[in-house]
Design a protein around this ligand. Structure first.
Ligand SMILES: [Zn+2]
Length: 194
C-alpha cells in the first residue's frame, strides 16, 4: 500500500510555507507507505475479472523488467491477479491518503484456483492530481510497481523509508535520478528472498 502525505500537500502556499520549504524538502517523500494491506481468508468468491487498459501496460512492463532481471513472475501468482483497476477513493490511513493497494484473497485456500489478488490504484482527478501531487508517468509507474512487488513477487511488509527503494515506506528520492537503478535494487531485493 502506498500513502500520500496529506500533511505535506494540504499545507497552504503561504510565505511560511516557503520559509519552511528547505526542511520540507528533506522529507521530500510525497508518498509514503502504510501498513500491510488487508488480506482475506474467508473463502471469498472470485472477483470479477477487470483489467484497466491504462494500467495494464505497466503490468506488462513489470513482468518484462522482472524477466530481464532474472526473477520472472511466477505463472501461479500472475494467474491469481484478477483485477488491476482505478479506484476513486482508497481511503485514509491515519492522516495519509492511500494511493494503491494489493489485496490477497483466500491465499491459503487448498484449491489454488480459488486464490485471488487485486491491485487498486487511486485515480487522479481530471487534471492528473491526487491532492496537490501531480501523478506523472513516473510516479504512477512507481506506485504500480510497488503494488506488484506485493502482489506478483509476494513481498510482505515494507523497507524502511530511509532505504529509498520501491518497497520502502516512502517514495524513493532516487527515482528522480535513476529509475533504472531503482529497478536494479528492487529486483535484487526480491531475488535475495527478502
Ligand atoms: Zn506497500
Amino acid at each position: 500500500m502506498l500513502l500520500l502525505l496529506t500533511s505535506w500537500i494540504s499545507r497552504p502556499v503561504t510565505s511560511s510555507f516557503f520559509k519552511n520549504l528547505p526542511s520540507l524538502l528533506l522529507v521530500m517523500p510525497l508518498l509514503a507507505c502504510g501498513s500491510q494491506p488487508p488480506t482475506s481468508d474467508g473463502a471469498s468468491s472470485k472477483p470479477e475479472t477487470r483489467f484497466e487498459s491504462e494500467l495494464m501496460p505497466l503490468v506488462a512492463a513489470y513482468e518484462s523488467d522482472a524477466q530481464a532481471n532474472a526473477i520472472p513472475v511466477s505463472p501461479e501468482l500472475r494467474s491469481q491477479l484478477v483485477q488491476v483497476v482505478w479506484q476513486d477513493d482508497l481511503g485514509q490511513q491515519g492522516d495519509e491518503t492511500v494511493l494503491g493497494r494489493c489485496e490477497r484473497m483466500n491465499e491459503n485456500h487448498p484449491d489454488e484456483s480459488m486464490r485471488f489478488r487485486t491491485v487498486k490504484i487511486r485515480k487522479p482527478d481530471a487534471a492528473g492530481y491526487v491532492g496537490r501531487i501531480k501523478v506523472d508517468a513516473l510516479t504512477l509507474k512507481t506506485i504500480v510497481y510497488h503494488e506488484l512487488g506485493h502482489c506478483l513477487h509476494d513481498f510482505r511488509g515494507h523497507l524502511p523509508e530511509a532505504s529509498h527503494q520501491i518497497m520502502s515506506t516512502a517514495l524513493p528520492k532516487e527515482r528522480f535520478q535513476s529509475f533504472h537503478e531503482l529497478l536494479h535494487q528492487h529486483f535484487a531485493l526480491l531475488k535475495s528472498g527478502h
